[in-house]
Design a protein. Structure first.
Length: 391
């Protein structure tokens, strides 16, 4: 492969060196891959809106000649990004609508989303927060944290805080310790989720000292979970494995939230091979997320039928541990909606008729058929959908 800069093993393993040497210009990118005319023009047209930033580590995983490499597709701009669909939304999840103080979204009753910063080790081209991530001018400052903690203290219904960004691991351990310390002082907050893609794009960040920090704040009062974001097997490298091992050694459970992306992981085989590898790395496949309606990423979106086919291909054929929840985040702030293949195929008197993962039919006694979701109309609609192949 091309080697645009030289480094020592010590530098390569230093996450601060990795961040400092991110690929930000087309000239730097030229030294790593054979840039296509499409990529070159896409960079020119998109960089002022959503900057490019790729760690040397993640760049080293890209196929130099293949523009359809799944790593490269996630990191390098494409002209498809310039096409804004009439269904695209600047804020597809309605996060600003539910922002109660700068840097804190409170959409669900018992949990809140804390944006610690707007910087990431790498700017993923399918980012749902393109409207502000990579733009330093949009970032909250340390003083805004005080209002965030005040809000959390004054809302006892909140028991769960999602620590997100950008990427919270762009912060120093010292800054993270301040956040964990303040959350641990709020009695009604029982657990928090650290949302970071650094295990994937900058595994060097997951140091022994970070592991010790997480271990320090794991307690009976505040439990910390680590939610990460592997999208394909090519990202589950030995370096990522070692980073996961360091996080696991702190006693921190890890979950994966994979986004379903066209040309990257849109088949049962691709999802299965990733999830089996993740389980070996002690990362639980948690969500398979339908790609959001963010502006300029429609070329990544698959149909929901594709997602249902993948889930159907996993369920029963592999361990339940390798079968994530398929989730659609409703546009405009409607929240997460679980999607699943339909296994109810009919009803007769006081029984429901099911089809299992092998297509075999089973009867199960059910005396609560007056439930709305089991009315004849709903069941008939399901049966019609099954017969048409939509489910």
């Amino acid at each position: 492969m091309k080697k645009p800069i030289t480094w020592t093993p010590t530098q390569w393993s230093d996450w601060k060196w990795q961040q400092k040497n991110r690929i930000r210009t087309i000239e730097q990118l030229d030294e790593w891959i054979d840039v296509t005319p499409d990529e070159r023009e896409a960079f020119r047209l998109t960089n002022s809106v959503f900057r490019m930033g790729i760690t040397p580590y993640y760049a080293s995983l890209m196929n130099q000649q293949d523009p359809l490499c799944p790593i490269r597709l996630q990191a390098v701009p494409k002209m498809s990004e310039t096409k804004i669909s009439n269904t695209d939304l600047a804020d597809p999840l309605g996060e600003e609508r539910y922002m109660v103080v700068p840097g804190l979204t409170h959409r669900y009753p018992d949990r809140a989303l804390f944006y610690t910063n707007h910087n990431c080790a790498m700017y993923c081209r399918f980012c749902t927060r393109k409207r502000k991530v990579s733009n330093p001018k949009s970032m909250i400052n340390k003083q805004a944290y005080a209002a965030i903690f005040d809000y959390l203290e004054n809302h006892p219904e909140i028991s769960d805080v999602i620590i997100s960004g950008g990427d919270p691991l762009s912060l120093s351990n010292k800054r993270l310790a301040v956040i964990f310390d303040r959350l641990s002082q709020i009695k009604h907050i029982k657990y928090c989720r650290l949302g970071s893609r650094n295990l994937v794009t900058l595994p060097q960040r997951c140091t022994d000292s970070l592991s010790e920090l997480l271990k320090t704040y794991q307690s009976r009062h505040l439990s910390i979970y680590f939610n990460t974001h592997f999208n394909c097997l090519e990202e589950a490298t030995d370096e990522a494995w070692d980073a996961c091992d360091r996080i696991a050694s702190s006693g921190t459970p890890m979950n994966n939230q994979m986004v379903l992306l066209k040309g990257i992981n849109d088949s049962t085989e691709r999802v299965l091979e990733l999830n089996q590898r993740l389980l070996q790395m002690r990362v639980k496949p948690y969500y398979m997320l339908q790609c959001d309606l963010a502006e300029g990423i429609s070329h990544f979106r698959t149909s929901i039928a594709t997602g249902l086919k993948i889930i159907k291909g996993l369920r029963g054929h592999v361990s339940g541990l390798a079968s994530p929840h398929y989730i659609l985040d409703a546009p405009g702030g409607g929240g997460k909606i679980p999607l699943s293949p339909n296994y109810i195929i009919d009803k007769e008197e006081d029984h429901l008729i099911f089809r299992n993962y092998q297509g075999e039919v089973y009867r199960y006694p059910e005396s609560e058929l007056e439930l709305d979701e089991l009315t004849p109309e709903c069941l008939q609609a399901r049966i019609t959908a099954l017969k048409s192949g939509a489910a």
